[in-house]
Design a protein around this ligand. Structure first.
Ligand code: FAD
Length: 514
């Protein structure tokens, strides 16, 4: 269910109206500003770049084609995001796809298999039925062996899920005697789609969290594509909403330093331009790796901030490949189940703004792309040409009659020897630090939105909330930060969800920090 503000927070007196400076114009910073503006406050967002959206940002190349930071999918089980679309009155911008999941067959190039969700069957039975009906990926004994270890997730819920955070997906499978093939058939693609890393690195909590959210709602796993680029189609309506209520959103406004007073509270933000920004309250909606570098000296020994050391962003690469013809692609997301790729989609079919009747544009997520995430090649350091050539090899398996795998025909320069599709153009977007790496044992260090600093609150997809590092997590993190501030202005305590004690081991570590 969507997290909602209490109605008592909506109308502060003019004296209790706060000016809130928010650092970062990604989804979390914008969501925070939107909910603060709704509650009658005056948010001012400072975004470093010339484009909004952070990890959902996009820009046009010289031909006018859109380049996106990431291929993004919205799920039915994103209640806060769905509410946001409804509140902005833009829900018709989500292009919902048929409720199913499509996986490439590993042994059969060019063939796919689906998990189909039958309309009218409630969750979690629709999920169970979809698994039972699929005959191609798992045998019946494998399906039967898989269910018991996952049942406590449904019965005990979040407690069981949190307890599994010390185990990787592979550790969990071995501990509970799940067949190894489940890993090859399902978990590798799931892990790469959820956090861009392999199952031997990914915390089991991530998989269980996702499954739990998806299994609780009838349409939880149904997927939607936005009907165009995110800055225009999602961020711009948020900005209009914020501005219409007296807030501001500034681009090209990098914050250089958070300057503190003697007591450690924030005095002002020093902008790279030299300007000083003074507000009643300050929010960081920056990614963890950047906040770590910007921590003021006075905060360095505080246990709350030392939690951040335990978290870091994972690299991922997003690819766009324009072909000279229409490939046989479906109007949906596909799990490639190939070593270097995660999910992909033909955006010329799936997304209204990118529709093209005569030629395909594949958008693909390349993962894992560093040894931290799995494998042993540091792809993030390779050239664009090397990445595209390796991808073409994998695409040849997904499109065996349409894309050539012949290594004597470097894919980046030529077309295959038998008249296969020619790659017209490509764009490679490297994100060296994307969502926080959800490796085992990290969840407990995700910080609360409330901080020990009186006038400083934290937002971002990596802060503590029940969703993963995702668009939904970013929106919820921003909304919780806004609620902390709105309740404070109304002399109410912070919501319980936005409070979380720091672990003892971090308290001890902070004492020895120099
Ligand atoms: P960010 O988007 O990182 O925003 C932080 C902002 O802070 C940035 O705009 C940055 O420029 C700004 N900033 C940083 N430093 C400063 C400074 N000093 N001064 C001012 N501004 C600053 N999620 C899904 O739900 N579904 C998906 O299918 C999905 N696919 C993805 C695919 C890829 C390739 C990637 C990279 C991510 C994907 N995600 C997906 C994750 C999702 O994009 C993120 O979880 C979410 O967008 C993070 O939002 P955020 O606001 O917390 O952080």
């Amino acid at each position: 269910l969507s997290h909602s503000f209490s109605t008592t927070l909506k109308a502060p007196s003019p004296e209790s109206r706060k000016k809130v400076a928010i650092i970062g114009g990604g989804l979390s910073g914008l969501a925070c500003a939107k909910y603060l503006a709704d509650a009658g406050h005056q948010p001012v967002v400072y975004e470093a770049r010339d484009v909004l959206g952070g990890k959902v940002s996009a820009w046009q190349d010289a031909d006018g084609d859109w380049i996106e930071t990431g291929l993004h999918i919205f799920f039915g089980a994103y209640p806060n995001m769905m509410n946001l679309f409804a509140e902005l009155d833009i829900h018709d911008r989500l292009q919902w796809k048929v409720h199913k999941m499509i996986f490439a067959m590993q042994e059969l190039p060019g063939e796919f298999t689906t998990f189909d969700f039958i309309p009218g069957i409630p969750a979690p039975f629709n999920f169970g039925l979809a698994i039972l009906m699929n005959q191609k990926m798992l045998t019946l004994p494998e399906k039967i062996q898989t269910a018991p270890p996952l049942l406590p997730m449904l019965v005990r819920g979040q407690d069981f899920i949190d307890e599994q955070d010390e185990l990787s997906v592979l550790d969990f499978m071995r501990k509970y005697g799940m067949p190894e093939r489940i890993n090859e058939e399902v978990f590798i693609s799931m892990a790469k789609a959820l956090d861009f890393i392999d199952p031997d690195k990914l915390s089991m909590t991530v998989v269980l969290t996702a499954m739990n959210r998806f299994l609780n709602e009838d349409n939880g796993l149904q997927m939607a594509f936005l009907d165009g680029n995110q800055p225009d189609r999602l961020c711009a309506p948020m900005v209009e909403h914020i501005q219409a209520r007296g807030g501001q959103v500034n681009l090209n406004s990098p914050v250089q330093e958070i300057v503190t007073r003697e007591d450690g509270s924030v005095d002002y933000l020093l902008m790279r331009s030299g300007e000083k920004v003074v507000a009643d309250e300050y929010v960081s909606a920056m990614p963890v790796d950047i906040v770590k570098r910007m921590l003021p000296e006075k905060w360095q020994t505080m246990p709350y901030f030392r939690q951040f050391d335990e978290l870091e962003g994972i690299p991922v690469i997003n690819l766009h490949m324009w072909f000279d013809r229409k490939l046989k692609a479906v109007d949906h997301l596909c799990f490639s189940r190939s070593p270097l790729l995660s999910v992909y989609a033909d955006m010329s079919v799936t997304c209204k703004e990118y529709y093209d009747e005569s030629a395909s544009m594949l958008e693909l997520v390349f993962a894992p792309c560093s040894p931290l995430a799995g494998g042993n090649v540091n792809w993030i350091a390779k050239t664009d040409e090397e990445i595209i050539d390796a991808t073409m090899g994998e695409l040849a398996r997904l499109f065996p009659t349409e894309i050539a795998a012949d290594p004597t025909w470097p894919a980046t320069k030529n077309q295959g020897p038998n008249g296969e599709a020619k790659l017209r153009k490509y764009a490679v977007v490297k994100v060296p630090r994307s969502v926080y790496a959800a490796i085992p044992g990290r969840n407990k260090y995700r910080p609360s939105q409330t901080t020990p600093i009186d006038n400083f609150t934290l937002a971002g997809d990596w802060t503590s909330q029940k969703f993963l590092g995702s668009m939904e997590g970013a929106v919820l993190g921003g909304k919780l930060a806004a609620e902390v501030l709105a309740r404070k202005a109304a002399n109410l305590p912070a919501p319980e969800l936005a409070n979380k004690p720091v672990r003892d081991e971090i308290v001890q570590k902070a004492q020895t920090h120099v």
